[in-house]
Design a protein around this ligand. Structure first.
Ligand code: 6PG
Length: 479
């Protein structure tokens, strides 16, 4: 046995991760792929990596030092289950199987439980950063047992991105915790992307600036508090000219956004946990709306506002949009961290929210300066009830709120959809409201279903005899 780590599945993410592992001091990497041609191709292309090629699961297992550690990088779903079974057949108690794909966390919980019964450790690890991240340093969110972390920790630390001198990996929590946190990362990624898209759309339609000019605005924003990978790549996408037509590429790309499901999982899970992740939900639904061309074709005939949208003070409007973007972004992250906290409580995971914000500072798609402020907030107050109430964020919201309102008003008046901007503002106004019309909803529920209500002035649960004499009685709590 000559390798200390193995990789199964040599598509782009798998081979890049294998090369990353091989490039770090002390690692020897065994590789296996279902079709052996891929293994040989990788071996031939990267002789410097010193890979140990294997042609069967038995050979793969034999080439690994104990405890054997293998990272699976195959398609989520059935292919993952098949590979896990094949590894379980050749591994021994104490060995470690890591699923580095974008698995749905309930699958990870199920797999961890099943594999644990064989004495083998199963670790679901979220890996973010795309192809380049896998090669140069991703952000890694591993779950699984403490025992597996002893072996896995140093290996993952060696390949993770570095932010402020610290590797972007932490043991998130047991069983599915890592994939849960990666799922929420992707939900936040959806919100971030949608907010940026809305900002672009408002500026373009409000000021008539070209995509290249808007690219300059994003590049400028990337030097301030919005500094992030997604803002940076937005400028690059907007600057791109289509070789065939000479038009901005963004005008040539079909305006229907795809999705592989992680955003929807984040929203579904949040619904089940009762956590309002409205920014993430609107971002996910905005992709769905865009992807129904038949409906859009018919609805295109519906009327919009009479007046042309024209912004009077261009610079002031652009600054308003920047502030609205930052404020909405704070809401999206605050909601995402709420979901992680709720998930941790539900599934009994000890998740350190500050540590999560730190491992998202580098390597992953949502990496940003901003994550440092989140880390500061949790360092100052680990039990912070809502991220947006931390002093730095509360201050940013108070600085930005007037602009945020102006932008949402402008969007509504101009007939420009800004679902993520406006739902984030509604969330902000909802969460800070002294009193909500939820009181009326409780009254309605009590009226038609005797669902009862609480009173502000005394303990107990009450019901009004709506179809009788409308006196109030004390009742059993039925929620
Ligand atoms: C990452 C990305 C990665 C993938 C997304 C794309 O963190 O590296 O999130 O996981 O690119 O899943 O998701 P959609 O296809 O749903 O946009």
């Amino acid at each position: 046995a000559s390798a200390n780590i193995g990789v199964v599945g040599l598509a782009v993410m798998g081979s890049n991760l294998a090369r990353n592992l091989a490039s770090r001091e002390g690692n020897t990497v065994a590789i296996f792929n279902r079709s052996h041609a891929k293994t040989e191709a990788l071996l031939a292309e990267h002789p410097e990596a010193g890979f140990v090629p294997t042609a069967s699961y038995a050979e793969f297992a034999a080439s690994l030092q104990k405890p054997r550690t293998a990272i699976i990088m195959v398609k989520a779903g059935v292919p993952t289950d098949a590979v896990i079974q094949s590894l379980v057949d050749v591994f021994e108690p104490g060995d470690i199987i890591v699923d580095g794909g974008n698995a749905y966390f309930p699958d990870t919980i199920r797999r961890e439980k099943a594999v644990r019964e064989t004495g083998i450790n199963f670790v679901g690890a979220g890996i973010s950063g795309g192809e380049e991240g896998a090669l140069l340093g991703p952000s890694i969110m591993p779950g699984g047992s403490d025992e597996s972390w002893v072996t896995l920790g140093p290996i993952l630390r060696s390949i993770a991105a570095i932010a402020e001198g610290e590797p972007c990996v932490t043991h998130v929590g047991h069983d599915g915790a890592g994939h849960f946190v990666k799922m929420v990362h992707n939900g936040i990624e959806y919100a971030d992307m949608q907010l940026i898209a809305e900002a672009y759309d408002l500026i373009r339609r409000g000021t008539g600036k070209t995509p290249a000019e808007i690219a300059d605005i994003f590049a400028e924003w990337n030097r301030g508090e919005l500094e992030s990978y997604l803002i940076e790549i937005t400028a690059e996408v907007l600057r791109q000219i289509d070789a065939e037509t000479g038009q901005p590429l963004v005008d040539i790309i079909v305006d229907q956004a795809g999705a592989k499901g992680t955003g929807a999982w984040t929203v579904q899970t949040a619904l089940a946990l009762g956590v309002p992740v409205s920014g993430i939900a609107e971002a996910t639904f905005a992709r769905s709306l865009s992807s129904h061309p038949e409906q859009r074709a018919v609805a295109a005939g519906l009327p919009g506002p009479e007046d042309e949208f024209e912004v009077e003070d261009t610079d002031a409007f652009i600054e308003d949009v920047r502030l609205a973007l930052f404020a909405s972004k704070i809401v999206a992250y605050s909601q995402g961290f709420d979901e992680i906290r709720a998930g941790a409580a539900e599934y009994d995971w000890q998740i350190d929210l500050g540590a999560i914000s730190k491992i998202w500072r580098g390597g992953c798609i949502i990496r940003a300066q901003f994550l440092n402020r989140i880390a500061d907030a949790y360092a100052a107050e680990p039990e912070l009830p809502a991220l947006l109430t931390a002093p730095y964020f509360a201050d940013a919201l108070s600085r930005g709120q007037a602009a945020w309102r102006r932008v949402v008003i402008a969007a509504a008046q101009a007939g420009i959809p800004a679902p993520a901007f406006s739902s984030s503002l509604s969330y902000y106004d909802g969460i800070r409201a002294e009193r909500l019309p939820a009181a009326l909803v409780q009254g309605q529920r009590d009226f038609f279903g005797a669902h009862t209500y609480k009173r502000i002035d005394k303990e107990g649960t009450f019901h009004t005899l709506w179809s009788g004499d409308r006196t109030e009685i004390e009742a059993e709590d039925t929620h």
